[in-house]
Design a protein around this ligand. Structure first.
Ligand SMILES: NC(=O)c1ccc[n+]([C@@H]2O[C@H](COP(=O)([O-])OP(=O)(O)OC[C@H]3O[C@@H](n4cnc5c(N)ncnc54)[C@H](O)[C@@H]3O)[C@@H](O)[C@H]2O)c1
Ligand SMILES: C[C@@H](O)[C@H](N)C(=O)O
Length: 336
């Protein structure tokens, strides 16, 4: 379901770093199965291995990126600080390290990941590790390993241990032959980036594991996410975050996309709220495993004009990056 918000309001909110609301459309479904590497399932495989009154025990992979720290903050408020473990292969900043449990986890290390899940009695896993669209094109073998092999590890461990698993997909999972305005949840997906291909693979593998092994797999296709206090990790939509930092720090911003490149975006609080809502939805309320979510679409030129209303001295120039521009040509999801 679309989250409608115009760019003007979003810019004000970002510059003030304030929060806002959103929603996800959810409709009915059911599923079945047994796990891939072991463990026979039973009829109640879909209810995760904690009782309704307990809080889930959460692991977030790739948690030090643009979205993970904010997600941990939201989930810790809801489920308690010690029930949410952030993990990554990078060293956390002090404020992250001291804000709650952090653990080293390389998703390419299957045994280590399984040990973490077992030792910490994990019941929900948010799989955020990935190489995004632009950095993925710069290193296809690594993107293939992290985004595809890493996903396989996570899927097997999640199925083996009856986890509820969230894997974000992206507007990058569409391609030039996908229908636009609106882009349905189910449509042609022939992306032309390793990032997009790996995310379509994740959507399909999650759906397959759901029907084959009963895995409680849930997925939302995020638009480009805009945040104030975390840096983006190398995507095509990064400019829409960088402009705020550069406007405030330098009064100058060099945009690596053409001024008229219209892309779907969403404010981080909306994205994380939607993510929690879809994870908390009762299994029978889900009719599919993967849903689109949307908020707004704008061009660099429109965003610059809005930011200039708050920072009038901001100077914007354009130095187009051919790879990002080519990817940006088919990142879409309705008109927002
Ligand atoms: N930020 C967006 O605009 C956006 C949009 C659509 C979808 N998504 C998806 O949301 C998720 C989180 O995005 P993000 O923006 O926080 O990404 P990010 O690039 O900022 O962070 C990804 C994290 O994964 C970690 N990582 C890389 N290799 C790893 C490995 N081998 N083991 C463990 N961790 C590893 C990195 O250290 C990094 O901290 C990703 O799956 C991404 O595809 C993000
Ligand atoms: C679109 C989204 O997946 C990410 N921000 C990227 O540009 O790669």
């Amino acid at each position: 379901m679309p989250i409608v918000r115009n760019v003007s309001r979003a810019v004000s909110q970002l510059l003030q770093s304030s929060a806002c609301g959103c929603g996800v459309s959810i409709v009915p479904v059911r599923c079945i199965g047994i796990s891939p590497r072991q463990v026979a399932s039973d009829a109640s495989f879909h209810s995760v291995s904690f009782s309704e009154s307990d809080h889930p025990r959460v692991l977030i992979t790739g948690g030090l990126g643009q979205l993970g720290v904010g997600l941990a903050k939201l989930l810790r408020k809801r489920f308690g600080k010690n029930n949410v473990i952030l993990s990554d292969i990078r060293k956390p900043a002090d404020h992250v390290f001291y804000s709650g449990p952090f653990i080293y986890s390389d998703i390419l290390d299957y045994k280590n990941l399984r040990e973490i899940v077992v030792n910490n009695r994990i019941t929900w896993l948010f799989h955020y590790s990935a190489l995004l669209s632009a950095v993925g094109e710069a290193n296809v073998p690594l993107a293939r390993a992290v985004n595809i092999t890493g996903l396989h590890n996570v899927l097997d461990i999640a199925a083996e241990h009856n986890l509820r698993l969230f894997v974000p997909s992206t507007i990058g999972a569409f391609g030039p032959t996908s229908p636009r305005d609106p882009t349905p949840d189910l449509c042609i997906q022939r992306p032309r980036t390793i990032y997009g291909v790996s995310k379509v693979h994740a959507e399909l593998m999650g759906e397959y594991y759901h029907y084959r092994y009963g895995l409680d797999f849930r997925c939302l296709r995020y638009p480009g996410i805009i945040s104030a206090d975390s840096q983006p990790g190398g995507g095509t939509t990064d400019y829409a975050v960088q402009i705020f930092h550069d406007a405030i720090k330098n009064g100058k911003f060099e945009c690596n996309l053409k001024p008229d490149t219209r892309l779907p975006m969403m404010y981080i609080d909306d994205c994380l709220k939607a993510t929690l809502e879809v994870m908390e939805a009762p299994a029978e309320a889900l009719s599919m495993r993967t849903y689109n979510i949307s908020a707004m679409s704008f061009t660099p030129e429109e965003l610059a004009q809005e930011v200039q209303k708050h920072v009038p001295e901001l100077q914007v120039t354009y130095n187009v990056d051919a790879v990002r521009q080519a990817i940006g040509g088919y990142l879409f999801l309705g008109s927002g």
